[in-house]
Design a protein around this ligand. Structure first.
Ligand SMILES: Nc1ncnc2c1ncn2[C@@H]1O[C@H](COP(=O)(O)OP(=O)(O)O)[C@@H](O)[C@H]1O
Ligand SMILES: [Mg+2]
Length: 231
C-alpha cells in the first residue's frame, strides 16, 4: 500500500501541500480530483522525490520513502507519468522505451508492452513527434512500465484526448490494475475517474477533503461538484 500521512510541501514560501492524507491500497485505482492549482501535481512530484516534503510521511509497504531521491523511489517500485507525457520527439517509439529501461525489464519486456499497446508495435520505428496524442500517452505509459513498477502515478492521462481514445486508455489502465499494478490517478475527467477508480478522493487547497467509493460519489455528485470542483 501507498499511504501519505500529513504530507506538507512548499515551493519557496508558498505552502502548497498542507497535510495530505491519502491511502492507495494495493491492487486498486485511487483517483484524485480537484480544481486547478490545488496541489495534485505537487502531490505526485513529492511522492516521486522531485520535490522534498517539508514534513509528513510517504509510506510504501510500511517503509517511509519521503524525501528519497527520484531514482531510489523508482527502484522501490514507483513510476511517474507526468502531465503532458514528455516523450522525446526526436527518438523513435522503441528508443523512447529503451532510454527509460535502466535494467532489462522483467515484468514488462518490449514484447509484452506491444501486446498491451498494439498501436505502438505498428509505430515502433516512428519518431515521438509523429505520434497522435493517444499514441504518445500510450508510449508514456509504456516507458513508465519498463521500470517494473508496483505503483504507477498518472497525472491527467486523458488530457486532450478524443473520447474514443479515452475509452481505450480506460481499458488499458484497468488492465494494468488487474495485472497487479497499483494506480494513483489524477484526473479532470470525472466520468473516467468514476468509471475506473475503486476510490475517489478530492483535493482542495493542498488537502484531501473527501474520499468515497464511486457509487457514493455518484449519489452526491451534484453537490460535491459545486462545493469542490467547479470554478
Ligand atoms: N515549480 C513551481 N514553483 C512555484 N510554484 C509552483 C510550482 N509548481 C506549482 N506551483 C504552484 O503550486 C500550486 C499547486 O500546483 P499544482 O500541484 O501544479 O496544482 P494542480 O496539479 O492541482 O493543478 C499552484 O498554486 C501552483 O501555482
Ligand atoms: Mg496538475
Amino acid at each position: 500500500m501507498l499511504a501519505l500521512e500529513g504530507l506538507n510541501a512548499h515551493y519557496g514560501a508558498s505552502h502548497v501541500l498542507q497535510g495530505v492524507d491519502l491511502e492507495v491500497p494495493d491492487g486498486t485505482i485511487t483517483a484524485v480530483l480537484g480544481r486547478n492549482g490545488v496541489g495534485k501535481t505537487t502531490t505526485l512530484r513529492t511522492i516521486m522525490g522531485l520535490l522534498p516534503p517539508s514534513s509528513g510521511r510517504v509510506l510504501l509497504g510500511g517503509r517511509d520513502i519521503a524525501g528519497w531521491a527520484p531514482h531510489l523511489v523508482a527502484r522501490v517500485g514507483v513510476a511517474y507519468v507526468p502531465e503532458g507525457r514528455l516523450i522525446f520527439p526526436d527518438l523513435t517509439v522503441v528508443e523512447n522505451i529503451r532510454v527509460a529501461e535502466r535494467r532489462p525489464a522483467k515484468e514488462w519486456p518490449i514484447d509484452r508492452l506491444f501486446e498491451l499497446f498494439p498501436a505502438l508495435r505498428e509505430r515502433a520505428g516512428n519518431k515521438g513527434a509523429q505520434l497522435s496524442g493517444g499514441e504518445q500517452q500510450m508510449l508514456a505509459l509504456a516507458r513508465a512500465l519498463v521500470s517494473d513498477p508496483k505503483v504507477l502515478l498518472l497525472d491527467e492521462p486523458s488530457q486532450g484526448l478524443a473520447p474514443l481514445v479515452v475509452r481505450e486508455l480506460a481499458r488499458v489502465i484497468r488492465r494494468l490494475c488487474e495485472g497487479g499494478v497499483t494506480i494513483l490517478l489524477i484526473e479532470q475527467n470525472m466520468k473516467l475517474a468514476e468509471e475506473i477508480a475503486d476510490r475517489i478522493a478530492i483535493m482542495v487547497k493542498g488537502r484531501i477533503v473527501y474520499s468515497a467509493s464511486p457509487a457514493a460519489f455518484r449519489a452526491e455528485e451534484a453537490s460535491i461538484r459545486t462545493q469542490y470542483l467547479t470554478v
